[in-house]
Every structure is written in structure tokens, then in C-alpha cells.
Design a binder for this molecule. Structure first.
Ligand code: KMH
Ligand code: ZN
Length: 310
């Protein structure tokens, strides 16, 4: 089977950047998150990137228990690869962030490749008058967030989760993160094909200009040659144009309400599946095909959905 021209669509259905008052369509409860994930998979997402939230107020919840009602239900309904975040929320400790992936031993877990500023505060101006929960105000207003991912933290995640056969979605928000990854690759702590999620347009990381996208791709090409799968995530309104760039250049794409609440100018996305369908249209319009979960497993050299602890 040739996997040339197969594009993996990842859908990140809820995340920890957006808060519930920003959109009535942001999945928050376990059942909303599972429905969103199953819908995204039916629309063509081969990989579902998962966070959990507290049922009551929708704040990020990185407990093992919070993922319990989500993982099994999605797995029953879909063959999609389930990817558990180790980013959690940028305000959490690494010990807290690693818990669910350590417990459930998924095929994929996210791994953020460097410590950075994380600026959510520009969103406070836009949404301040409509925020329903005090936690949203505190979270969005915080100008002192350091998203900690030291070399020690990254090595800890790699060795702890790697021992259970989990592979990684390496989230790289700037060129230095690619160099950090190269360090671990050269030491043999991680093996190819690396799944590199280059992230564009988050405050604290690289911008979302086409030059930024090309620069990250060129740098990754130089560091990893053929031994990686390139995927992109454009934040907010940059989501689809950057997805189109990637697909046109042989890469993979990530969509979802985690990174973008919108379906167009002034139009909220009503489901995650809607964004997956938009990405799919781009892929197919370019004469490419959307990868099935089985094809994604082969492209990313994953251990298989029967090797997880859920
Ligand atoms: N929303 C992404 C830019 C993680 O889950 O590890 C950050 C993210 C982090 O996906
Ligand atoms: Zn995430």
C-alpha cells in the first residue's frame, strides 16, 4: 500500500486555550467531548487529540479520572488514534500533566518541546464582558504564564511514556524546539518517523506568516531529513490557510476547536467535524487523500489501538 499522498487530519476537540464562555459550541463535559471526537473521526480525522475539563465550570482537568469517561466511549465508537495531551494547561506542573498518559498508555501523547511564554491575555479584551466564570478571568488575564518544558521535563516524559510504547506528537512552537528535539533524537531517546506538529500564531511562539511556515519546514527537513512526518497547526483564523500550505507541500494538518473557534469570518464553528470537513475539502481538492486511522498508524509507526490501557 502506498502512503504517498495520504494526509493525516488530527482534530483537537477542546484543548485548554479557549474557555467555555467564548463559544457555546466548545465541548466541555465528557459527553460533549466524546460526541465531538466521534463526529470528527466520522468526518475524516484519523487522530483525535484529547484534553479533559471539569464538568462544572469547564476548566482544564488533567486528572486520570477525568479522561476515564472519554477514552473508552470513543474507542467503542471509532478506530481513530487517541492522543492524550501532556500539555494539559500551561499553568499546570509537569507531574500533573503526565498523569493521564502515564496511566492509559495511549498510542500517541503530545510532547511540548520547549519552555516558553504563553500569552492568552489578548483574548481577555475581546471576551471580558461575556465571561461566566471567575477562573476564566484569572486564566486569561495572567501575563506571567511560563509554559514549562525544560530538558529535564521533556526527558522525563519521553522515558516514562516511551517505556509503555507511547509515541509522540512533538509540538514545536519555534525553531529552537526543533533543535531541542534534534538533541533527543541524536541521543536515541526518540526514534523516527517523528511526528512533528509545528505550531503557528500562538503568542509566545513563532508567527503565522507563510515565511514562518516555510522556515520551520526547511529547518525540520535539514535536521530530520526523511525521518519525520510534518504536520501543522495554525491558531485562530490561520488554521485553514496554513493547513492548505502543509497539504500542498506533502504535510499533514491539525484542526479543531482547541486552536480555532471559527468556521469563517465572524462565524463560530458549530462542531469540530465542520472544521475536519473543511480540511478534508482542501486535501481532496489538491488531489490527495485523507489517511484512515490504519494508514495513520502505519505512517507514524504506532503500537496499535489494542495495546493501550483503556
Ligand atoms: N493548543 C496547542 C497549541 C498540548 O496539548 O500538549 C497546544 C497543545 C499542547 O496542544
Ligand atoms: Zn492540546
Amino acid at each position: 500500500m502506498s502512503l504517498n499522498g495520504k494526509v493525516i487530519i488530527t482534530c483537537a476537540v477542546t484543548g485548554a486555550i479557549h474557555t467555555p464562555s467564548m463559544s457555546p459550541y466548545l465541548p466541555v463535559s465528557a459527553s460533549e467531548i466524546t460526541d465531538a471526537a466521534i463526529g470528527a473521526a466520522e468526518a475524516g480525522a484519523a487522530v483525535i487529540h484529547l484534553h479533559a475539563r471539569h464538568e462544572g465550570d469547564g476548566s482544564p482537568d488533567q486528572s486520570v479520572e477525568a479522561f476515564n469517561p472519554i477514552l473508552g466511549v470513543i474507542k467503542q465508537a471509532s478506530d481513530a488514534v487517541l492522543n492524550i495531551t501532556t500539555g494539559g494547561a500551561p499553568t499546570m506542573s509537569i507531574a500533573e500533566r503526565i498523569q493521564p498518559a502515564q496511566h492509559y498508555r495511549p498510542e500517541l501523547a503530545s510532547l511540548n518541546m520547549g519552555t516558553m511564554n504563553f500569552g492568552l491575555f489578548p483574548m481577555l479584551n475581546r471576551y471580558e464582558s461575556q465571561l461566566k466564570h471567575q477562573w476564566e478571568r484569572n486564566y486569561l488575564g495572567n501575563k506571567d504564564i511560563i509554559f514549562r518544558n525544560t530538558f529535564g521535563d521533556v526527558e522525563h516524559v519521553m522515558t516514562t511514556l516511551g517505556a509503555g510504547g507511547t509515541r509522540f506528537e512533538f509540538e514545536c512552537y519555534d525553531t529552537s524546539h526543533l533543535y531541542n528535539l534534534k538533541h533527543f533524537y541524536d541521543r536515541g531517546l526518540v526514534k523516527g518517523p517523528l511526528f512533528i506538529q509545528t505550531v503557528f500564531g500562538l503568542m509566545g511562539g513563532i508567527g503565522a506568516h507563510p515565511d514562518d511556515v516555510l522556515h520551520m519546514k526547511r529547518t525540520a527537513d535539514r535536521l530530520f531529513g526523511q525521518d519525520y512526518r510534518w504536520s501543522v497547526l495554525g491558531a485562530g483564523r490561520n488554521q485553514l490557510n496554513i493547513a492548505a500550505m502543509s497539504a500542498a507541500m506533502g504535510g499533514h494538518v491539525r484542526v479543531g476547536l482547541e486552536d480555532n473557534l471559527w468556521a469563517g469570518k465572524g462565524r463560530l464553528a458549530e462542531t469540530n467535524a465542520q472544521q475536519v470537513r473543511a480540511a478534508r475539502q482542501i486535501v481532496e481538492g489538491l488531489g490527495l487523500e485523507v489517511a484512515t486511522p490504519a494508514e495513520a498508524r502505519e505512517l507514524l509507526a504506532l503500537k496499535g489501538g489494542d495495546q493501550v490501557n483503556f
